[in-house]
Design a protein around this ligand. Structure first.
Ligand code: GCO
Length: 481
């Protein structure tokens, strides 16, 4: 029995997202997303940049497909920009046929290159008009039908061509970071100088509830009108770090680890797999956490054909109980601390890389998800790493990203052990990211690409050492189970 292995049809490749790589902010009728507005608000992005140019991928589809092919990728996960499809966003607003045609051609070209398209419908770039018109994610009764119409347009345009659909990427970030701590668009917090109205002690939970309802509605639409005739599978992508108790002999810290995973992951996964929010959230939030109608939970429970999982790192978890949670807390009344190179907890100020790799945590998390959600098919939709000083390096030194090679060596090994030894059903993994790109509130200071993008040199792509190694890494395990 092998120690580590992946199935012979394992779907490996790379991932990106529209606002992070496309550029071309007005091409084919595109109107601003909430991320255009947020990035152009002084102080929101660390280096004062935005996605106006990014990697110019909207104009380099053939080049990016050739790059994927050169790396041996079996699959490519990318996202569709809703503001390119329905620029004003709403269910009664006009579609942009040019925007639809762009993505249809891109998918056709990926298929022609024998690369499986994995399509994310919503990777955070909400049409800004919907935020301005009715508060976007805060207004479930408007957001759900608007998202459903957008999903229908894309299901129809790409029917029969997309084997794996992802409705939403990381709703924890859209909801918690966008409406709780304000680190992501639309940047709402309890700071009344920023939000004269609204309440960040309820808004993240309202936003998350809207996403779950929109996800459920879109899955039911896909299953009733597209899956029977065209096949394909649909799910949601949830991010999740793993955690270890700061003090293993302190039962509060041990309990806080489970609460951390529940607030970060089960917020969304429990309604989808169990039909209700986790008890720990209901206990801390009370009626700030919405309740589902019978119709809503009927559409949400069982709404994943597969579990999309984004994973980066692990933390040490320190409980803040018995002190009560702050009203703006979105994590579960605890502190997350990073590791240093010797696996000792360090404060974030010394953290470099800001995501301390911890491969055993990946295997632990895969097992935690598999056990809690009745062993679903899992597609790792993102995993990868960065270090703070990579951006200080220049070409060609920057191509020698040994730290990223070590990350993928240890994480792909851990995933292969989870499959071979623990029986976790992982059927694919997409590395974040194909190329350096706009890293949200960290702008272009943080690089996650297996390919270097020379932003000053016309966005030219250069494969790093990790790009060369990835194929060998996967192939040494593929076919062993
Ligand atoms: C996320 C997003 C990606 C990020 C990546 C690095 O997982 O936060 O899906 O867009 O760029 O994770 O932070």
């Amino acid at each position: 029995r092998t120690e580590a292995g992946l199935p012979s049809d394992f779907l490996w490749g790379f991932a990106t997202a529209s606002y992070q790589i496309e550029g071309a902010p007005t091409a084919d009728g595109r109107l601003p997303s909430t991320w255009d507005t947020f990035a152009n608000t002084p102080g929101k992005v660390s280096d004062g940049t935005n996605g106006d140019v990014a990697c110019d991928s909207y104009n380099r589809t053939a080049e990016d497909i050739a790059l994927l092919k050169s790396l041996g990728a079996k699959a490519y996960r990318f996202s569709i920009a809703w503001p390119r499809i329905i620029p004003l966003g709403g269910r009664n607003d006009p579609v942009s046929q040019a925007g639809i045609d762009h993505y249809v051609k891109f998918v056709d070209d990926l298929i022609a290159a024998d690369i499986t398209p994995v399509v994310t419908l919503f990777h955070w770039d909400l049409p800004d008009a919907l935020d301005k018109r009715y508060g976007g994610l805060l207004n479930k009764d408007e957001f759900v039908p608007d998202f459903l119409r957008y999903a229908r347009v894309m299901f129809e345009a790409l029917k029969g061509k997309v084997p794996y659909w992802i409705t939403f990427n990381e709703p924890f970030c859209s909801s918690g970071l966008g409406y709780g701590i304000g680190k992501h668009a639309p940047g709402r917090t309890s700071d009344r100088s920023v939000n004269p109205v609204g309440d960040s002690s309820t808004e993240p939970w309202l936003a998350g509830h809207s996403i779950l309802c929109a996800h459920g509605a879109a899955v039911q639409l896909y299953r009733s009108e597209y899956k029977p005739q065209h096949g394909g599978e649909i799910g949601i992508t949830l991010n999740g770090d793993y955690g270890y108790p700061w003090d293993p002999s302190n039962p509060r810290d041990v309990e806080a680890v489970e609460r951390k995973l529940e607030f970060a992951i089960s917020w969304f996964a429990d309604p989808i797999y169990h039909g209700q929010y986790p008890d720990s959230m209901r206990k801390q939030l009370g009626d700030r956490l919405p309740t589902f109608t019978d119709a809503e939970i009927k559409s949400i429970k069982g709404s994943n054909d597969f579990y999309g999982m984004n994973h980066y790192c692990s933390h040490f978890i320190k409980s803040l109980e018995p002190a009560p949670a702050s009203k703006d807390d979105i994590e579960g009344n605890l502190e997350c601390h990073f590791f240093d190179i010797n696996n000792n907890p360090v404060g974030e100020e010394t953290q470099s890389p800001w995501l301390r790799p911890n491969a055993p945590g990946f295997r632990h998390l895969l097992n935690w998800l598999s056990n809690r959600y009745n062993h679903p098919k899992i597609l790792v939709t993102e995993f990868g790493t960065s270090i703070k000083n990579e951006n200080d390096l220049k070409y060609p030194e920057i191509l020698d990203d040994e730290f990223r090679c070590e990350y993928f060596r240890t994480y792909i090994r851990a995933m292969s052990e989870a499959v071979a030894q623990d029986g976790v059903n992982v059927f694919g993994a997409l590395c974040w990211s194909l190329m350096d790109n706009f890293e949200w509130s960290e702008g272009y200071e943080t690089r996650f690409g297996v390919c270097y993008v020379d932003y000053e040199g016309g966005q030219k792509r250069y494969p790093k050492k990790s790009a060369q190694e990835t194929r060998e890494l996967f192939e040494q395990y593929i076919g062993k189970v």
